[in-house]
Design a protein around this ligand. Structure first.
Ligand SMILES: Cc1cc2nc3c(=O)[nH]c(=O)nc-3n(C[C@H](O)[C@H](O)[C@H](O)COP(=O)(O)OP(=O)(O)OC[C@H]3O[C@@H](n4cnc5c(N)ncnc54)[C@H](O)[C@@H]3O)c2cc1C
Length: 637
């Protein structure tokens, strides 16, 4: 099957405007007859569901939390990008587009990224109108700060709670439509399969997580907005519930999986401190605006930070990357931290940490200014570690944070299954091999508020005569049967090991061998290990409780089983990509200075994997054409 990106013709900066004006419309009277299922109520899902309902479609929204307000988007701290140029520092739509393409190491689709930069401007207006309390400067205008990988200040923020405030905005819009009866909200429901009839997505199978009831839901289109799958690594900055199940089921039903191995490792997280830890905490990247990153110049230096004199400190990011300094992109900063720690110059008892120091910023700006910018992050750090970052530098280390891979989508955000859409972090779109900070929130809201509501009309205009979906069809019955039998299989296994035991094992293999740096050797090792984990899981997992009750171990078991299969695909993808790019760093392919070495001649494509049964996958390529930005070796020096 040849991949059709469906990018419209025309000049890059006119494509979206022209296309938007020609997409097929659905009349208001017909919209009322059409139902859309939206899975997920994070920023992408909540904004999409609210917008579709405002347009007049009938929407059913699902999330597994007790309230849409608890979607993982709430955790986002640092900010959201937009090309408003409020700072008059030379920003523009083109620059945001260019930075995002370069930041993604030339592995994203130009036309989607240009559209993202274009609509970023509308997102801020929409959110302000909704009452999102963005930070303002003394004149009353919205304030901006800078983030890694760029030389302008284009990040809008609400202290260190940007995701939460944006989600409250989207949630209000969602609630308004729930109140009006246009959205039916199913919280505490988990989608466990997508139903496809005559080649088109037309429903889902969901489990009510409180009662265990298995339900069939039909619709004329299904939108997945189910977030990222970073928890395949067990330890990550993601909320504990984040998982891959929804998009994995869609993959197994024919939706291609794009670039599964592209994982972002964030440089600014609290270091791992023990074997039984289950979560890593992110300290927002915004801290690198004013915090300086350093380690001792001496190997094995066990002195406290305050005892290491200025002349014996290595501000390695400022030294290696004078133009961007501490604001290099995440992949570069993460690898640089790994490098100094691997050299034996890491801080703290484990040696797997570097300092993030605010001493200079406090001297320059005063504690009040630093506190106004980052106060809640400093409090959070102190609560977790017991150290006061106003007095002693924070200790940080890279951790898994975001997944650039996800379901492959065309320009309309539709997967390879007609009628099945993927938006937000769960699609592969826009960030290439590395995401720049503050761009995920931008993408989620762009997709939900400004792209999908138009592009879905193209498909739904063909559905107006199809009438109500028959949920008693063979396809629904079979999908429900499959869901039930898998649940039974998990519960009847009666093994001796917990679900977490397998998840932790999988995470360790993925981090050690398919994590911050990979090699052919490590990936082949991981391949074998994951096979063993999968076999042992099905022989020996123990899932207590029953199916017709609230059973969180059962929920976790299904998700971990999917993670194990995903892990194998990630390894396969990482193995085939014999180059380094962005977050995918193959040790065999690096420049003499240790930077990622792309191989554009052979790998300038999206790898889109099609499920081929029995754990096999077949790769399809979407070649990437850079007509406007010309790929060069990425440099931040
Ligand atoms: C700690 C942290 C800080 C971050 N800070 C920033 C930042 O400052 N700026 C930035 O741009 N990005 C940031 N990010 C990234 C950003 O938060 C995420 O990429 C983004 O919020 C994802 O939004 P989403 O709507 O795609 O998915 P989520 O917000 O993850 O929502 C997923 C939704 O899908 C539902 N769901 C999933 N599976 C199922 C299923 N099977 N059945 C039913 N429902 C399901 C969930 O219930 C949830 O409602 C941060 C990420 C982390 C981890």
């Amino acid at each position: 099957m040849a991949l059709q990106s469906k990018v419209p013709p025309g000049a890059l900066d006119q494509k979206w405007t022209q296309y938007r004006s020609t997409i097929k419309l659905v009349s208001p009277a017909n919209k009322r007859k059409l139902e859309v299922i939206v899975i997920g109520t994070g920023l992408a899902g909540a904004s999409a569901a609210a917008s579709l309902a405002e347009l007049g479609y009938k929407v059913k929204a699902f999330c597994f939390q007790d309230s849409p307000r608890r979607a993982h988007s709430i955790a986002a701290q640092g900010g959201i990008n937009a090309a408003k140029n409020y700072r008059n520092d030379g920003d523009s739509i083109y620059r945001l587009f260019y930075d995002t393409i370069k930041g993604g190491d030339y592995r994203s689709r130009e036309e989607n990224v240009y559209r993202l930069a274009e609509v970023s401007v509308n997102i801020i207006d929409q959110c302000v109108a909704q009452g999102v309390p963005f930070a303002r400067e003394y004149g009353g205008l919205l304030d901006n700060r800078s983030f890694g990988g760029v030389q302008v200040s284009r990040t809008f923020y609400a202290r260190g709670q940007t995701g939460q405030q944006l989600l409250i905005g989207a949630y209000q819009a969602l609630e308004r439509q729930i109140g009006l009866g246009n959205i039916k909200m199913y919280s505490r429901h988990e989608m466990l399969d997508v139903v496809i009839s005559d080649g088109n997505a037309n429903g889902i199978i969901a489990r009510d997580l409180i009662t265990g009831e298995i339900q069939r839901h039909g619709a004329h289109a299904v939108v997945l907005a189910t977030g990222g799958y970073g928890n395949v690594f067990f330890l990550s900055t993601n909320a504990m519930g984040c998982n891959v199940t929804a998009i994995w089921k869609a993959y197994k039903k024919g939706a291609f999986f794009g670039n599964p191995c592209f994982t972002q490792i964030h440089p600014t997280c609290l270091p791992v401190h023990g074997e039984y830890q289950s979560k890593l905490t992110l300290m927002s990247e915004s801290l690198r605006n004013d915090g300086r990153v350093w380690v001792s110049k001496t190997k094995g230096d066990k002195r406290k930070a305050s005892e290491i004199p200025e002349g014996e400190r290595d501000y390695y990011l400022e030294r290696k990357y004078p133009s961007f300094g501490n604001l290099v992109p995440r992949d570069i900063a993460s690898r640089a931290a790994k490098e100094v720690c691997d050299e034996g110059r890491g801080a703290g008892p484990t040696g797997l940490a570097v300092y993030l120091d605010f001493e200079d910023a406090i001297k320059r700006l005063g504690q009040n200014v630093v506190s106004a910018r980052y106060g809640n992050l400093f409090e959070m750090y102190e609560k977790i570690t017991g150290d006061d970052p106003y007095k002693t530098p924070m200790m940080i280390y890279p951790a898994v944070h975001y997944t650039m891979g996800g379901l492959w989508v065309d320009y309309n955000l539709m997967t390879t299954v007609p009628g099945l859409y993927a938006i937000g972090e769960c699609n592969f779109s826009d960030h290439g091999a590395n995401r720049l900070g503050a761009s995920a929130l931008m993408q989620g809201l762009a997709d939900g508020y400004f792209v999908l509501p138009y592009t879905i009309g193209e498909y739904l205009s063909g559905e107006i005569l199809s009438g109500n979906v028959n949920t008693n069809s063979m396809e629904f019955i079979e999908a429900e049967e499959n869901v039930r039998s898998r649940i039974k299989k998990l519960l009847n296994n009666k093994g001796g090991k917990t679900v977490d035991y397998f998840h932790r094992m999988l995470g360790k293999v993925m981090w050690d061998d398919c994590g911050m740096a990979r090699s052919r050797e490590s990936l082949l090792r991981a391949e074998g290990e994951v096979k063993k984990i999968e076999q042992e899981f099905w022989e020996n997992v123990k899932v207590p409780g029953k199916e017709n009750e609230f059973n969180q171990e059962l929920e976790k078991a299904g998700r971990v089983a999917d993670f194990i299969e995903l892990g194998a695909l990630m390894i396969q993808d990482a193995l085939h990509r014999e180059e380094s790019c962005g977050g995918h760093f193959r040790l065999e392919y690096q420049t003499p200075e240790g930077e990622a070495l792309r191989n554009d001649d052979q790998f300038m494509y999206v790898a889109a994997w099609e499920y081929a049964g029995n754990g096999n996958a077949q790769m399809h390529k979407e070649e990437l054409n850079y007509e406007t930005v010309h790929p060069t070796q990425r440099s931040y020096k």
